[in-house]
Ligand binder design. Structure first.
Ligand SMILES: NC(=O)c1ccc[n+]([C@@H]2O[C@H](COP(=O)([O-])OP(=O)(O)OC[C@H]3O[C@@H](n4cnc5c(N)ncnc54)[C@H](O)[C@@H]3O)[C@@H](O)[C@H]2O)c1
Length: 433
């Protein structure tokens, strides 16, 4: 099939490449000329495992092109909208201006029978509004909403082998088009839920709200553990054995971040309030507050560990990305902690396997190094803030040979506390004695 993908960021670039890899003819469109130039040269504009390979093979097949010119979508019959929906400045609501601009930009090129497919995460009600806009345009095109559940770090696999497909459609003919797009995944037995627009939009935000709640739940237990001497990691193991609860997403630490969960739960509360149902998801404000408190907790632990002040103290912060296997630093707890410590006068040096370039763009005031050893050298305190394997596998004796201090704050409860203590370290976890 001939597809276009509007917006080639973390979602769109992977979607475009994966669809071409599956045999479709794809054009990826973005307003960011630098990004498009890079992608067209076969170079991913961000770090995502597996993306370089499919970008290269799809590029070589001739089925994948990138362009800044919306007119290049004219041949395609299915148009995915994958532009950003960030948090609006000064509000909790989603900024819909990119989605609106993308759809407005598409309108002149739509033909009868074309299907516009929203993939961006949007406030419930958006699809109905845009469907009306497209209907009023007289182009003869229609709209579907097909939320995306990919996880950064696993985005290629999640796109080629999704765990479910959700279609928000006005009629079954749109679902039939999407079935053709996703024929490979459907043949492999991927569950498919075809529903109305509102349900499809809500599935995405409900899933993220649930995951955020699960993380904040265990972090709330960590807060209780901290005043009772209990160990939240053992608590998570024990409750996680209950199949109704499950162990995944029950890791206490410095909390969630990234370009999705934080802004999605805020946008959900803002939309619910608009709908007169603010109370239904008011608990998400508490989920958000718990999450942000854990960043503060890590900062407080650092202050405590350094005798009441971090001023002029050298602190190595391991990690800047919001999670491992990504270069994404959007709303990253790790970066937030580094910024807060720097604000308190600490000499912070951050290191990360992939995220430094992005972190430097957002926070040029911080010091960065590619070298873990250089970060550790002379550090009076070590803070593990992102659980990259590189950091989890650090040898406590090696770190001790470089660092000036002997305290490590494990912001992700990712280290073997006993091994670090045995090597002479004061180990401080999150919600662990
Ligand atoms: N990143 C994820 O893991 C993920 C997962 C599921 C859903 N989503 C959702 O997907 C959407 C995109 O997220 P992302 O992380 O890829 O964001 P992103 O910021 O990485 O990418 C968005 C891209 O859209 C481009 N863009 C903006 N306006 C445009 C326009 N008018 N025409 C063409 N291109 C335009 C930007 O230049 C950018 O490259 C969001 O709604 C997000 O919530 C993201």
């Amino acid at each position: 099939m001939k597809l276009s993908v509007i917006g080639c960021g973390y979602l769109g670039a992977v979607h475009a490449s994966a669809m071409a890899e599956l045999g479709h003819e794809v054009v990826g469109i973005d307003v960011d000329a630098a990004k498009i130039m890079q992608l067209a040269a076969g170079k991913p504009s961000f770090f995502e495992p597996g993306l370089p390979e499919i970008l290269a093979s799809a590029g070589a097949s001739g089925r994948l092109r990138f362009s800044t010119d919306m007119a290049d979508v004219a041949d395609a019959t299915v148009h995915f909208v994958a532009v950003g929906t960030p948090q609006m400045q000064g509000s909790h609501a989603a900024d819909m201006s990119y989605v609106d601009a993308a759809v407005a930009g598409l309108l002149p090129y739509l033909k009868p029978g074309d299907l516009v497919v929203g993939k961006s995460t949007v406030p419930v009600g958006t699809a109905a509004r845009l469907a009306q806009l497209i209907a009023d345009s007289g182009t003869g095109a229609t709209l579907a909403w097909n939320p995306e559940f990919l996880r950064e770090g696993f985005a290629v696999k999640d796109t080629i082998e999704p765990d479910r497909l959700v279609y928000g459609v006005a009629d079954e003919s749109a679902a039939a088009v999407l079935d053709e797009v996703y024929a490979a995944a459907l043949a492999a037995g991927t569950p498919r839920i075809s529903t109305d627009y509102a349900t499809a939009e809500l599935v995405k935000v409900a899933a993220n709200a649930f995951l955020a709640t699960k993380i904040s739940f265990i972090n709330a237990m960590a807060e209780i553990a901290e005043v009772t001497g209990a160990d939240v990691s053992q608590l998570a193991d024990a409750i996680g054995h209950d199949a109704r609860i499950g162990r995944r997403f029950l890791n206490a630490g410095v909390g969630f971040g990234g370009g999705c969960l934080p802004k999605d739960i805020r946008a959900f509360t803002a939309r619910a309030e608009e709908l007169g149902r603010g109370e239904s998801v008011a608990f998400l404000k508490e989920v958000d507050a718990i999450n942000l408190r854990r960043r503060q907790r890590a900062v407080d632990l650092a202050v405590e560990a350094l005798g009441g002040s971090v001023y002029n103290k050298r602190i190595a912060v391991l990690g800047v990305t919001f999670k491992p296997n990504s270069d994404d630093v959007r709303d990253s707890p790790a970066l937030d902690i580094a910024v807060q410590l720097k604000g308190l006068g600490a000499g912070v040096i951050s290191t990360d396997p992939q995220g430094i370039e992005n972190a430097r763009l957002r926070h040029p005031q911080l010091d960065y190094t590619d070298s873990i050893d250089e970060a550790l050298n002379g550090a009076e305190l070590v803070v593990l803030a992102t659980e990259w394997t590189h950091f989890r596998e650090l040898d406590p004796a090696h770190v001790a040979s470089l660092a000036a201090g002997r305290t490590i704050i494990d912001g992700r409860n990712a280290l073997d506390a006993a091994a670090w203590r045995a090597a002479g370290w004061t180990y401080r976890g999150m919600g662990r004695p």
